[in-house]
Design a protein around this ligand. Sequence first.
Ligand SMILES: Cc1cc2nc3c(=O)[nH]c(=O)nc-3n(C[C@H](O)[C@H](O)[C@H](O)COP(=O)(O)OP(=O)(O)OC[C@H]3O[C@@H](n4cnc5c(N)ncnc54)[C@H](O)[C@@H]3O)c2cc1C
Length: 290
Amino acid sequence: MLPSFELLEPHSLDEALKMLATSEATPLAGGTNLLPDLRAHGRAGRRFISLAALDQLRGVEHKGNRVIMGGSTTLNDILRDPLMPKAAPSLVSMAKVFAGTMIRNAATIAGNICYGSPSADAIPPLLSVDAEVTLTSAAGERTLPLDSFLLGYKKTAHQPDELLKTVAWTIPAADSANLFYKLGRRRGDAITVVGVAVTVVIESGSCSKARIALGSVAPTVFRAKEAENILIGGPLTAATIDQAALTAAQASRPIDDIRASAEYRRHAVHMLVRRLLTQAWQTSGAKQHD
Ligand SMILES: Cc1cc2nc3c(=O)[nH]c(=O)nc-3n(C[C@H](O)[C@H](O)[C@H](O)COP(=O)(O)OP(=O)(O)OC[C@H]3O[C@@H](n4cnc5c(N)ncnc54)[C@H](O)[C@@H]3O)c2cc1C
């Protein structure tokens, strides 16, 4: 049974921010993390602020080559957006394998990011497109790279009086590939064993930019930056791809749990990063040389 709780229901963003500044309440979006947690470990009398009526926080704007997504945009909103397959292919691949449709109707992008779970599926794709988050409070707004927002296991730079207002990024360049793969114990409704998102930008047959983001293999989702650097400045040969994939696996700090051993996860990172980089190189239109 759910312990009793108090629910504040603001009708505007300003009202919500005032409540957050003064009432020690927690934002409640889709509730798909918070309510199971409350049922499992909650104490009675907690206070929540429902974001349900704040339409300003929901929806996707495409402005030139920028995408600005409201924090309360749901996973199914992402799948319904006709421009998203070009704006962030990895995010669409992720949304297709995120939970089941009922959860996707409620689960929001801000809830996924702010919960700070190492297995948050939306984070690797967003890191792979260099997303930034904008946080707003009664005192003002600040924008920071998503990469620096993630501080550790269920620890983020989010302050109690702030709401995550938007997530924004620049659409990947034309000569690029942006891919995601989720390894789980089964196809539907599975907590991720390893999540990988990669971006490569190829200019005149040479890799000018690379991103490798990994989920479920460290206390927080992270970018394997040393591995990314191996790819820059030349064609992606089988040897460089394998070296980068191995370096990404070595940068992982997985744990043993009921879903997989740490050793298996590290091996899966090596194999999946190698597979996605190979696919990315091939789909970005370049020819691989050995
Ligand atoms: C059956 C089931 C299947 C699931 N499958 C997956 C899956 O495949 N992949 C996956 O990654 N997750 C999965 N989840 C976890 C969960 O659905 C997601 O993390 C979801 O994105 C959380 O969003 P929410 O809107 O429900 O967040 P909530 O539960 O409402 O909130 C989560 C946290 O974010 C904070 N928050 C929410 N919105 C804001 C905001 N705008 N500003 C500041 N803080 C905010 C809340 O205060 C809270 O701390 C699953 C959960 C269930 C129950």
